[in-house]
Ligand binder design. Structure first.
Ligand code: 13P
Length: 251
């Protein structure tokens, strides 16, 4: 059975002390109440080393939200996958729509980041998803296909067990507008089909595909009940311990 994952993406929120406090409360919760899903906290870079100490020997995993496309060197302000790994983090989010739109990260750069992160030993949560106009004009399958083919399909099959896909329709991110469970299922099934054509049924069946976009305690159970939805990538609701743990419980 493929792995279920619920990952919190804190985005650019939480000063250091606040973030450590939130991580501590989430960590304490899951130490006493193990979950059916793997729980991941994707924090800002500055929190990684501190949160890693808190999560040590516990049940919750740690990830970053981005990484450099180069392994080391004169790249002022960048953070390499090896640096992320050295904090104790095991995951990195790549290709979030906010990186694609505000920082102009295209498929070529995202593919470089993904290959480097995987070869360094990180697991990658690779994001894809269409904007509202693409949904309304019916182009959403083509958009997601293009992001996945160009972002991931030169990754060797042996590395695919370190890849998680997150479908995040951009029109649902931070808007309160959630994709219906049927819309999520339709796209997740389509994505799994793309992997099946490229890598075969076994790899596709083992691929964890997360839904992201205005996931909250009130809608998580219905979305997670769909057969191709294997968990969630949670933004706003991951900043509140009670909301985040309730979403994890919905698995
Ligand atoms: P929200 O849950 O705030 O809509 O954000 C989703 C997201 O972008 C997670 O990466």
């Amino acid at each position: 059975m493929r792995k279920k994952i619920v990952a919190g993406n804190w985005k650019m929120n939480m000063e250091l002390a606040e973030g450590l406090k939130l991580a501590e409360s989430v960590d304490t919760y899951f130490r006493s109440k193990p979950s059916k899903a793997e729980v991941v906290l994707c924090t800002p870079y500055i929190h990684l080393a501190g949160v890693s100490q808190i999560l040590k020997d516990g049940k919750v995993c740690l990830g970053a939200q981005n990484c450099a496309s180069e392994p080391s060197g004169a790249f002022t302000g960048e953070i390499s996958p090896a640096m992320i790994l050295s904090t104790g983090a095991g995951y990195v989010i790549i290709g979030h729509s906010e990186r694609r739109s505000y920082y102009h990260e295209d498929n070529t750069i995202l593919n470089r980041k993904t290959r480097l992160a995987l070869s360094t030993g990180l697991k990658v949560i690779f994001c894809c998803g269409e904007v509202l106009g693409e949904r309304e004009s019916g182009k959403y399958f083509d958009v997601v296909k293009n992001q996945i083919e160009n972002g991931l399909f030169n990754i060797p099959a042996e590395e695919m067990n370190s890849v998680v896909v997150a479908y995040e329709p951009v029109w649902a991110i931070g808007t309160g507008l959630t994709a219906t469970p049927e819309q999520a299922q339709e796209m997740h099934q389509y994505i799994r089909g793309l992997f099946s054509e490229k890598y075969g049924k076994e790899i596709a069946d083992n691929l964890t595909i997360l839904y992201g976009g205005s996931c909250k305690p009130s809608n998580a159970a219905e979305i997670f009940s769909k057969p191709d939805v294997d968990g969630g990538l949670i933004g706003g609701a991951a900043l509140k311990k009670d909301d985040f743990t309730a979403i994890v419980e919905a698995i």
